[in-house]
Write a protein that binds this ligand. Structure first.
Ligand SMILES: Cc1cc2nc3c(=O)[nH]c(=O)nc-3n(C[C@H](O)[C@H](O)[C@H](O)COP(=O)(O)OP(=O)(O)OC[C@H]3O[C@@H](n4cnc5c(N)ncnc54)[C@H](O)[C@@H]3O)c2cc1C
Length: 221
């Protein structure tokens, strides 16, 4: 189940650009006591000693089963010149083709955005009457930001733009340099919005297809 809350705030009132969406998760998995094990231990979700037999375990199952709720934030990271990929000078794939090497650092924008996520999620969960579990990551842990690329929404590298000096394809995903080549995947993205990319890939491909049909009718390609 993928409950998805879109961005709702006004960036003019915030100290970072762009937004993030919230993915809500939870489920019926806990407390997950085992049969003959795990009945008296610090539960990894609840963070306190639980377990036992008889009434105690029955009460805990009633209290905890299905009570775990989590919020994940997925934010937009603005493209910066310092973040780029290049052809790796030494590493090749199984076919001997050089692989891509990524140079990517989080900027202050993402750190502030991640801090805002934590403050917001604490507020939401607190107002729900929830008990916060786990350690709250501070600046030393980059407010819980994962390593760049961890969320596997691969986009960019053949960016779209009107200037052939700074972009690879035009607004119809057609190469500036070679007229009959179109890139209809996530390559033309100039930024990874907080949204998942596939619908935008589809929408851009649709626009490109219509352009190709129109150009074909005119016998331009
Ligand atoms: C596990 C997972 C879950 C995801 N879930 C979602 C989701 O729920 N919603 C969403 O919107 N997005 C999701 N994404 C992200 C989305 O799938 C990607 O952003 C998207 O597929 C990128 O599309 P693409 O066509 O640009 O690249 P890809 O789909 O990666 O296609 C690149 C293609 O190029 C080929 N290729 C690479 N090198 C060469 C070469 N040298 N020669 C010839 N061919 C080559 C590869 O084999 C591949 O077929 C998910 C991604 C993953 C991995």
């Amino acid at each position: 189940m993928h409950v998805y809350s879109p961005w709702w705030l006004d960036n003019k009132k915030l100290d970072f650009p762009r937004g993030y969406h919230i993915e809500l998760w939870g489920g019926m998995g806990m407390p997950s006591y085992g049969f003959g094990f795990n009945q008296s231990a610090v539960n990894e979700y609840i963070g306190e000693e639980v377990g036992g037999y008889g009434h105690k375990i029955r009460d805990e199952v009633k209290d905890f089963y299905g009570s775990l709720v989590g919020l994940s934030g997925r934010g937009e990271s603005i493209a910066r010149k310092e973040n780029y990929c290049e052809i790796d000078p030494t590493t090749v794939d199984e076919f001997g083709i050089p692989v891509l090497r990524f140079n990517y650092q989080w900027s202050d924008n993402e750190l502030k955005q991640a801090r805002h996520m934590h403050e917001t999620f604490e507020e939401v969960l607190g107002n729900m009457g929830g008990k916060l579990l786990g350690d709250k990551p501070g600046p030393e842990k980059k407010y819980g930001l994962h390593n760049p690329g961890r969320i596997i929404h691969e986009v960019g590298t053949t960016r779209m733009g009107s200037d052939p000096k700074t972009s690879v394809v035009n607004e119809f995903e057609r190469l500036h340099d070679v007229e009959n080549v179109f890139i209809v995947d996530a390559g033309p993205f100039v930024s990874q919005a907080d949204k998942n990319p596939t619908w935008t890939i589809m929408a851009l491909s649709w626009r490109t297809s219509e352009f190709i049909i129109e150009e074909l009718k005119k016998q331009n390609i």
